[in-house]
Design a protein around this ligand. Structure first.
Ligand code: ATP
Ligand code: MG
Length: 571
């Protein structure tokens, strides 16, 4: 491609609203432009990168035995009512009506549509297993679209769905996809980790992994063991329960419970200040309504309640902190003085809080706290559980030695074992060999293709611009004659361009009449893996080769250049 003819509008400065480096670079490199919040156009070079990603994904999906389909974005609301998700999905689901006032949704994901297809077409065990996938635009009216393509409202996804006769089959399908995801993200040059995750709104009973691209801007926190392979999203990460440290209060040697006057001291940091204790000596009491039913949760003052674990434990669809009025009614005190002693609602105590032996806790009386509280002796926990976020340095829940470390990650893909979650409610059944009807066992598998593109840029760039991994670069070789006015340079460059193209490379020729500084800046910004500069030595048939990922510069003849390029992409 001749650059003079390519719509590649590079920018010296990134628009000020772009916070993420990947967003800035993709705008500056002329890959994308915003149409509305979270909604983007891919310019020619951006579209090329996207196609390369799609190609990798298609190859790996096809190799894993999946079949490509293409499903509608516009989906009847009735189908979503059948799965029960029309209401549950909430405002993220884009809803619309046709001219006859019939309700539709724009697909944020396709479990309903694919289950509808399969219940119609697959009836016998002989047709199983089958895994179908598509690459398609998804719509989610995200509350906070941001960071460019990382969280869009309209974005590209590869979604796949497996259908098996039994759980064994699902486990195999799942493993095949898990392995394919490994290959896909490796080929994309991503530094990533699969982590155990919570099943979220898609649900399912069989477990799920997220593939996380490691990046500081990532919105997810990953807890990973420094000793074994354990890694989990913080939403789900456990911690090693301290053995024998649960205080049962048997000992006589503890000081007596003592009520202390703490006027207006409500928060943990205020208690720390006023009483000169450390936060890990305080019992923090939070009141929640789980599907409307009150429950108290006790964690250590330096810990945070994990609402996802709590909702899972209580099997609650809706979990919310109790409002002021409810709190005052339940505790008989102003907000800030709730405590576990004397509460008449179920109390759930986190293991780490249960281990304290002489703690501070709210007294359920305005302006008062208890001192010397022993969980085992002074109040009874309905349940002793892991209900907090894991923290740096916690013991690993999976091995005896390791400690947890924390990383930030971008969720680029997720694999789920759905089981019969959709097939049961939507009656997607098959007849087994004995002729009896059974629900099909499902799995679903997503990759955020446009998000992957951003994540790659997030991980592969320097001060000057993008450094595309070899398989994703919009072009493989950038041929840059220093001066478009120099006939000889243009001849040599033109010849190299044609030769490289006929050798099968994707080449961009910067034939623009621009200053060398501008050309080199653009070239660095766009980040094509190999740059061949045709300059003063063109007359002697000598050019300069530069690898974008390595910064190394080589002098070579035009023939040698061809060999070097071939070697570089083959290795
Ligand atoms: P998140 O937790 O980031 O909102 P999710 O768990 O809701 O994502 P899934 O339903 O698992 O997303 O969708 C499959 C994949 O689609 C995700 O792993 C992610 O890579 C991508 N994805 C999800 N939401 C977006 C979005 N708003 N913009 C771009 N990609 C997205
Ligand atoms: Mg997900």
């Amino acid at each position: 491609m001749r650059q003079s003819q390519l719509l590649l509008p590079t920018l010296r400065e990134a628009p000020s609203e772009a916070e993420a480096v990947s967003h800035q670079l993709m705008l500056r490199a002329g890959l994308i432009r915003q149409l509305a919040a979270g909604i983007y156009t891919y310019l020619p070079a951006g579209r090329l990168v996207l196609r390369k990603l799609e190609k990798i994904i298609r190859e790996e999906m096809d190799n894993a035995g999946c079949q490509e389909v293409f499903m509608p974005a516009m989906q009847p609301a009735d189908l979503w009512r059948q799965s029960g998700r029309y209401e549950k999905y909430g405002p993220e689901l884009v809803r619309l009506k046709d001219r006859h006032d019939r309700e539709f949704a724009l697909g944020p994901t396709h479990e309903e549509v694919i289950t509808d297809l399969v219940r119609g077409e697959v009836n016998s065990y002989r047709q199983l297993p089958v895994t179908l996938y598509q690459i398609q635009t998804k719509f989610r009216d995200e509350k906070r679209p941001r960071y460019g393509l990382l969280r869009g409202r309209e974005f590209m996804m590869k979604d796949a769905y497996s259908f098996d006769a039994d759980w064994e089959g699902l486990n195999e399908s799942y493993q095949r996809m898990y392995d394919a995801y490994h290959r896909i993200f490796s080929r994309c040059g991503l530094h990533f980790r699969p982590v155990e995750a919570d099943a979220g709104t898609i649900g399912g009973e069989g477990g799920t992994h997220e593939f996380m691209a490691l990046a500081d801007i990532g919105e997810d926190t990953i807890a990973a063991c420094d000793h074994c392979r354990y890694a989990a999203n913080l939403e789900k990460a456990g911690y090693r329960i301290p053995e024998g440290e649960i205080n049962t209060g048997d000992s006589e040697a503890y000081p007596e419970l003592e009520k202390i006057h703490t006027p207006n001291v409500r928060k943990i940091d205020e208690l720390v200040q006023a009483l000169d204790v450390s936060a890990d000596r305080i019992l923090k009491t939070l009141l929640f309504l789980a599907d409307g039913k009150p429950v108290a949760v006790i964690v250590r003052g330096d810990h945070e309640v994990n609402e996802i674990k709590l909702a899972g434990l209580l099997q609650a669809d809706k979990l919310e902190l109790a409002d002021q009025e409810t709190t005052e009614r339940l505790t008989g005190a102003a907000v800030g003085f709730a405590g576990p002693i004397g509460l008449s609602i179920p109390v759930i105590v986190d293991y780490s809080a249960a281990g304290l032996d002489s703690a501070i806790a709210g007294a359920n009386e305005t302006d008062y706290h208890w001192k010397h509280v022993r969980p085992g002796a002074h109040f009874v926990a309905a349940r002793l559980r892991d209900v907090r976020n894991a923290v740096l340095g916690d013991g690993c829940p999976n091995c005896a030695e390791g400690k947890l470390r924390m990383f930030r990650g971008i969720e680029v893909g997720q694999v789920f074992k759905l089981g019969t979650k959709y097939s049961e409610v939507m009656q997607a059944n098959y007849l087994d060999a004995t002729g009896s009807e059974k629900p099909i066992i499902m799995g679903c598998y997503g990759i955020g293709i446009s998000r992957v593109m951003s994540a790659v840029v997030e991980q592969h760039h320097d001060e000057q611009g993008i450094r595309w991994p070899l398989e994703l670069a919009p072009y493989q070789v950038h041929v840059v004659p220093v001066s478009a006015k120099d006939g000889q340079q243009m001849d040599v460059a033109g010849k190299l361009y044609r030769e490289l193209m006929s050798a099968g490379f994707e080449v961009l020729l910067d034939d623009r009449d621009e200053r060398p500084g501008v050309k080199f800046k653009d070239s660095d910004l766009i980040g094509i893996p190999v740059r061949i500069v045709v300059g003063r030595q063109a007359a002697d048939g000598v050019v300069e080769l530069k690898y974008r990922n390595e910064g190394e510069v080589l002098q070579a003849t035009t023939e040698e250049a061809l060999g070097l390029v071939t070697g570089y992409f083959r290795s």
